[in-house]
Write a protein that binds this ligand. Sequence first.
Ligand code: TRP
Length: 452
Amino acid sequence: MSVNRGKWSSDFGFILAAAGSAIGLGNIWRFPYTVGEYGGGAFILLYLAFVALIGVPVLLAELSLGRSTERSAVGAFKKLMPDSWWPAVGGLGVLCGFGILSFYSVIAGWTLSYFYMALNGRFADGLSSEQSTQIFTELTASPISEVLLSAAFLTLTALVVRGGISGGIERAARILMPIFLVVLLLLVGRSVTLDGASEGFAFLFAFDFSKLSAAAVVSALGQALFSMSLGMGAMITYGSYLKRSENLPKAAVIVAFFDTGLALIAGLMIFPALFHAGASPAAGPSLIFIVMATIFNTMPLGSLFAIAFYGLLAIAALTSTISLLEVIVAYFVDERQWSRERATWVVTAGCFALSVPSALSFGGSSFFTNMFGGTGFLGMANIVFGNYFLSIGAVLICVFVGWKWGIGNAVAEMDSGGKLPAQAFWGILVRYVCPVAVAIVLVYAAVTGNYL
Ligand code: TRP
């Protein structure tokens, strides 16, 4: 049955693809605006704690589960516990993949449009904040552009995913990730030398713990999982294409390190620019699109930087939408024996249909824009799938690996390619700390009603 599932061609290729999945709009779009909404430094500290104590252990749990079973999200559980409800956890992950991809492709679509505007020199001649807001509002309120851009981005993603593991996903990551890194570093170099940069640093590194509400804690946890692509089986799926010789603990630490490092670097790029432009850090999802557009004219070679920046965003988004789509496609390939080609196009069409309400939720349709008390359809999908589903998924994956499959089996799986240091500690994290901590956060948010 596992004929032609595909494999990564090298350890390094896998690391690039996994890092590509992790590093995405989550780092450059979601992380900065969430930090902005929850007031800066204290949120970041909490985030770092979640990455280390929950993110890395869950990443290891997912990778070992995937590699051991050589199945994607649903099949992994099915292979180990066939006559149980556990495969439904994988099913929840596949659904969550649809949910995330449907709104993620809308934001990713904006990057294409901004990239195009940058190529046309739109950001070259001194945009004021008002003009920049107007560009954003015009774009996002146009139902046709929104829907077409999301369709375009999903199509790009599908073209990679249909190429398979090493020929599609890995090859794209090898080309895109190095470009991404170089461009990001150039942009940070510019941003930290702007006037007003020091206010940005002060905001990022001021630890005001009074700002940590229950919603902030849920968001920090959700963001850690979202950013590392955890809680929905993406890393089970990516792990399933790994050779036994890959050193999983090492790979997990490298991926976590780059993912977190790049989120912080994105913060260093955006907050100085934001204070330089006199914008508010709490602007929400539009933050990077509106703020960054106003600073290019203050830089030498600003129009080139603008092209680089929006190109960078599009690349980051693409290596992530690839992994979201792959989780769903792999389900149809593994469990329903569809061909990859058919699975890719059918799933992409389904995601496109689901993305329409999100695409219309920035003014395109007043119904989708104002629903959920003004959060809008996209805002709600982001919270429900991107925070709650992932958190619940992470708890269930930990319970499964910690209590059903067993720490011993997971450790033995990791040992075939590299020793896991502090095995007993990892066991405690997966069996107790992660599920309990995540469950407390979820219950607390539900009980206090403070969950958005
Ligand atoms: N991690 C990606 C980002 O930061 C988003 C993403 C890709 C994702 N695949 C995922 C999130 C799987 C959760 C689960 O942009």
